[in-house]
Design a protein around this ligand. Structure first.
Ligand code: NAD
Ligand code: UDP
Length: 321
């Protein structure tokens, strides 16, 4: 099959491209590198069935031969990333989504929209089920991301209803692994880099806020299953690992696994609206997709720390998934 991965040079997108190539598909990776990295996909250039199209999807879909699958992963994803690019984030999830939905509709392709647990905001329901409508600020410091993703979801549903487009939505919860940008400011990259360098590990606030971390190969498996599931048309499905810990616990585990004696320092809470609790209810993903995460936290962190050790030491990224 010919598959378009928008945002394919990003952290998750690069693993998805690799998985699709290994399965024998032809992969068109579209990216403008606003937050992605060439080094993430350099090792894919040797595959004859891989093509990179450097393009901003906000400007419209480039002319291309028919595709059968469209994965829309193109969007800044880390809080510092989308806060640095607020307008681009709004536009890629609105105008960019429209261009990709038009392309999918024209080609009769299946479409997958990478939404986010941020659609639930600072949730008042715990764990979060897909039926929960969220507690989101339309104007707060995360609104350019949260509301853009909610719009992207609504637009996908409008295409399902108006044009019969074979679109599905996944809400991705915090995902980590090799090739995530060591400098994008997220929890796992920050803590690993700080632990490996012996720098103070920056816990924002009191560190009692929680997250549930999913290893990237599990997440990519969920994306492919959601795309290939006929019953997923017009459905929203959570993808994430329900293994919930406090931010302080993550810092302590990473420090131990990195063999570091870095100190832990408590800093100001993250800029506004930092969700206090987050854990996916994945009952629907289990039933609809036959999916659940398999990589345990410590195992995934060990692999990630090894890749970061390699990258920080050599300036290049380890290719292991
Ligand atoms: P990432 O920043 O590493 O990847 C996103 C990619 O999209 C980058 O390569 C970037 O350059 C590209 N992109 C952004 N705007 C573009 C545009 N206008 N045109 C073309 N390309 C563009 O982020 P990621 O962590 O790999 O996230 C991938 C997707 O998954 C995003 O849509 C994100 O919102 C979603 N998501 C990720 C997480 C997570 O924990 N990583 C959680 C929830 C949702
Ligand atoms: N966090 C932290 N120290 C850091 C980076 C993040 O304490 O150096 C916290 C942050 O305040 C949040 C959680 O870790 O509560 C996850 O942050 P991240 O930026 O990874 O993603 P989010 O889930 O907020 O989108």
């Amino acid at each position: 099959m010919r598959v378009l991965v928008a945002g394919g040079a990003g952290f998750i997108g690069s693993h998805l491209c690799e998985r699709l190539l290994r399965e024998g598909h032809e992969v068109v990776c579209l990216d403008n590198f606003v937050t992605g990295r060439k080094v993430n996909i350099e090792h894919l250039a040797d595959w004859p069935s891989f093509a990179l199209v450097e393009h901003d999807i906000i400007a419209g879909a480039p002319a291309m031969a028919r595709v059968e699958r469209v994965y829309h992963l193109a969007s800044p994803a880390s809080p510092p990333g989308y806060q640095r690019h607020p307008v681009e984030t709004m536009r890629v999830n609105s105008e960019g989504s429209r261009h990709l939905l038009d392309l999918a509709t024209r080609d009769g392709a299946s479409y997958l929209y990478a939404s986010t647990s941020e659609a639930y905001g600072d949730p008042l329901e715990h764990p979060q089920r897909e039926s929960y409508r969220g507690n989101v600020s339309t104007t707060g410091p995360r609104s350019m991301y949260d509301e853009a993703k909610r719009y992207g979801e609504a637009l996908a549903m409008a295409y399902v209803r108006a044009h019969g487009t074979d679109a599905r939505i996944v809400r991705i919860f915090n995902t980590y692994g090799p090739r995530s940008d060591p400098h994008d400011g997220r929890l796992v990259p920050n803590f690993i880099v700080q632990a490996l360098r012996g720098e103070a590990m920056t816990v924002y606030g009191d560190g009692r806020q929680t997250r549930s971390l999913c290893y990237v190969s599990d997440l990519v498996d969920g994306l492919v299953r959601a795309m290939e599931c006929r019953g997923a048309k017009g459905e929203v499905t959570n993808l994430g690992n329900p293994d919930e810990h406090t931010v302080l616990e993550f810092a302590l585990i990473i420090r131990e696994l990195a063999g570091s004696n870095a100190t832990i320092t408590y800093t100001e809470p993250a800029v506004g609206d930092d969700p206090q609790r987050r854990r996916p209810d994945i009952t629907k993903a289990r039933a609809l997709l036959g999916w659940e995460p398999r990589v345990a936290l410590r195992e995934g962190l060990e692999r990630t720390i090894a890749a970061f050790r390699d990258e920080l030491g050599t300036g290049r990224v380890a290719c292991a998934s």
